[in-house]
Unconditional design. Structure first.
Length: 92
């Protein structure tokens, strides 16, 4: 499974604390593991299909990770709150 980190994702992570960035990195690796192996997400992590190829991953953080899944490519698009994700979906 291939993955790509978009510039919009980098910008959205830039202002977060170091602890939040570490948590986001952990979620990214778990998402890739779940998608490539087909196993279930760990307890506390959720994967939600938003629309067509757009998905959301989240943990106990208030921040959520929005990504696009097509064939064998995962594009990480944004880290943000529920409202940030809703606004981003309106633009796609």
């Amino acid at each position: 499974m291939r993955y790509e980190i978009k510039k919009s994702f980098d910008r959205s992570v830039k202002g977060l604390s170091e602890d939040d960035r570490v948590e986001i990195k952990t979620v990214i690796f778990e998402v890739l593991d779940v998608l490539s192996t087909g196993k279930k997400p760990s307890k506390g992590m959720r994967l939600t299909r938003l629309r067509n190829d757009y998905w959301e991953a989240g943990t106990s953080l208030k921040e959520r990770i929005m990504f696009k899944l097509t064939d064998d490519l995962v594009q990480f698009l944004l880290v943000g709150t529920h409202d940030d994700i809703k606004r981003a979906l309106k633009r796609v």
